[in-house]
Structures are given as C-alpha cells and as structure tokens.
Design a protein around this ligand. Structure first.
Ligand SMILES: [Zn+2]
Ligand SMILES: [Zn+2]
Length: 349
C-alpha cells in the first residue's frame, strides 16, 4: 500500500514537474516571442529608414536633374522672357507715377528719380518672383532715364545681371517707353484746384480756371478762354508734315481727336510731371480750344499749351478751322509762328 502510495506521489511529483516544465517552456516561448517582436520591429524600422533614405536620394537627384534641365535648356528662354517683360513693367511704372501726380494734384520735384524708384521696386518684386518660379537669381536696377530722340517716348536703361551655375548674363538694356495714351498732367497741376475745373477720360474742361489764370497773368481778352477745352490723353498727331493741318478738315479732325505735336519749345512728358509746359528737351505741344464764337478778328493768348503756361505769354490771332450755324471753332495762333507751322495762313472753311 505504502509503495502504491509512494508510486502515486511520485507520479504526482512527476506530473507537477512536467507541468512546471511546460509552464517554463511556455514562458520561454513567450519571452522569445517578445524578443522576436522587438527584433522584427527593429528590422522593420531599419528597413523603413533605409527605404526613406533611398527615396529621399532619388527625389533629390530628380530635383537636381530638374534644375540642371532648367539651367541648360531654359536659362536663355527665361532671361529672354524677363527682357521682353521689361518695357511693360517700365510703362506700368510710368503710368502709376502719372496717375499719382494727377490724383494728388502735386507735381514731382524730380520725376526721373521718382520713376526710377518705382521701377526699381517693381524689378525687385519681379526678381523675387523669378527666383521662386525658376530658381534663377537676377539682379537689376535702372541705370538711367533720358529723353529719347522721339519726344513721345522716354529712354530707360536697365542694368541686368544673373549667374546660374556655369551660365551667366550681364547687360544694360535700353527701352524707349512710349508716353502715348498717358494723361497729360499739366492742365490739372496748373488749374486743377479751381472748383470749375473738370476732366474725364478724354478731355479737360477748364471752366473759369484758365481765364482766371490768364487774368492773373495780365492777358487781355482772357474771357475768350472761359469754358476752354484741351485733350487729356497724349496722342501723337498723324498729320505730318504739320503744314497739312491747313488742308480741308485736317485741323478739325486733329482738334476733335485731341492730338499732340512735336515741339522744340513744348515740354517733354517727364517735365510735364513737374508741372512744366516748356523745357530744354525736345517735347510736344497741344492746342487749347477756346469756346466757339461768332465774333471775328479776336485776339488773345496764343493757344499752344507751352505759350499759355509760360512766363512769356504772347498773343495769337483768331483762326477759324470749322464753322457751323454761324458759330466758329477757333484757335488763337501767333501769325508768324504756329499759324505757319500748321499751314493755317490761308485756311478757309
Ligand atoms: Zn494735329
Ligand atoms: Zn523736359
């Protein structure tokens, strides 16, 4: 019995031992499973890192090769585009300056310096834009603003330089920027503070402002210029040579369209921004049109704008260029100067 009992307890011990062993195995298996998870996680992490580095390298290579493609294939194209855009940017700057002067009714003290500032600011913004879009650094600034041989344009010289890898560009570009289509600031700068002065997109109506101005400057018959008009937009006259203004309705068409004419005595556009109607540069002039009249042989100030707004206002005689219902559309022209220049000596309509 005892041996049987002993046998049973031996089996019990053995079973217990096995169970314990199995538990130990299970624990070991569990532990090893934990270790395997850590190793696996580490492996995945390392693989991920390696993969990331490979992907990043490929991307950088792609960017690099893209930049090289821009450099070799498009550098010249991009700079040509930049050059083509310059006159537009300069014209925009000139228009901005002109609008500012007219809006504030305040003349520039140095219009060329003011224009240079606006263009340089625009160039800086443009250069930032080109760097952002194409990765190309461009340095540029206005090197000079001069009068052009064409009085209806301003000569603007711009220094440009750019370096991109082995490629580089350096030049001084010259553009004749047209002033046609811009507003003439002279009338508003000289008479614009008078409450009767009005202007719209195409024409200035002086009201009493010009006759008051002429009265203040000792001009007889100043009242001829009550309600006088003048063009508001600079437009080059196509009737060239100017003597053809005396042919038929040429002068009528010229005045109805508000054309401007080349003139050694008339102010250039940049000086007009400084409220000058005459200057030492080769410029242009237009005619101030008095209100229509049925009177004949009148005299008053010569109607060329550089004469009206000069320190030496000289007289003109009445020249009718169109008649309707007994009313004459007239100009006052000095007999030996403007009347001859525009072929109006024997004009009869
Ligand atoms: Zn004309
Ligand atoms: Zn000038």
């Amino acid at each position: 019995m005892k041996s049987k009992n002993n046998k049973n307890s031996y089996f019990k011990k053995l079973k217990k031992h096995h169970v314990k062993k199995i538990k130990l195995y299970k624990k070991a298996w569990k532990d090893s499973k934990g270790n395997i998870s850590i190793v696996a996680a580490a492996l995945i992490l390392i693989s991920f890192l390696i993969l990331s580095i490979i992907i990043l390298n490929v991307s950088l290579d792609e960017i690099h090769s893209n930049e090289e493609a821009i450099s070799s294939n498009q550098y010249e194209y991009i700079l040509n585009d930049y050059r083509r855009n310059l006159p537009l940017l300069e014209r925009e700057a000139l228009e901005e300056l002109s609008e500012e002067v007219i809006k504030k009714k305040t003349p520039c003290t140095d219009s060329k310096e003011d224009l240079k500032k606006i263009i340089d600011e625009k160039l800086k913004a443009e250069n930032d834009e080109y760097y952002k879009d194409y990765g190309i650094r461009i340095e540029s600034h206005v090197s000079s603003i001069e009068n052009s041989s064409n009085p209806f344009a301003v000569k603007i010289k711009t220094y440009i330089s750019s370096v991109k890898g082995d490629l580089s560009y350096k030049n001084v570009l010259e553009d004749d920027v047209s002033v046609e289509g811009l507003r003439d600031p002279v009338p508003i700068l000289i008479c614009g503070k008078d409450p009767s002065f009005k202007y719209n997109e195409t024409i200035v109506e002086y009201g009493y402002s010009l006759s008051n101005y002429l009265k203040d400057n000792g001009v007889a018959n100043y009242s001829c210029y009550i309600n006088a008009t003048v063009p508001n937009i600079v437009k080059k006259c196509p009737y060239d040579p100017y003597k053809h203004h005396g042919d038929g309705y040429a002068m009528k068409n010229c005045r109805d369209n508000g054309y401007y004419h080349e003139s050694r005595d008339g102010a250039c556009y940049m000086c007009r921004l400084e409220a000058k109607a005459g200057c030492e540069h080769y410029g242009f002039e237009t005619f101030i049109i008095p209100h229509p009249t049925n009177e004949t042989n009148l005299t008053s100030a010569c109607g060329s704008d550089h004469v009206i707004f000069s320190d030496d206002i000289y007289p003109g005689v009445e020249v009718s260029y169109y008649s309707e219902n007994g009313m004459n559309e007239i100009l006052f022209l000095d007999p030996n100067g403007h009347r001859v220049k525009y072929g109006m000596t024997n004009h009869t309509i």
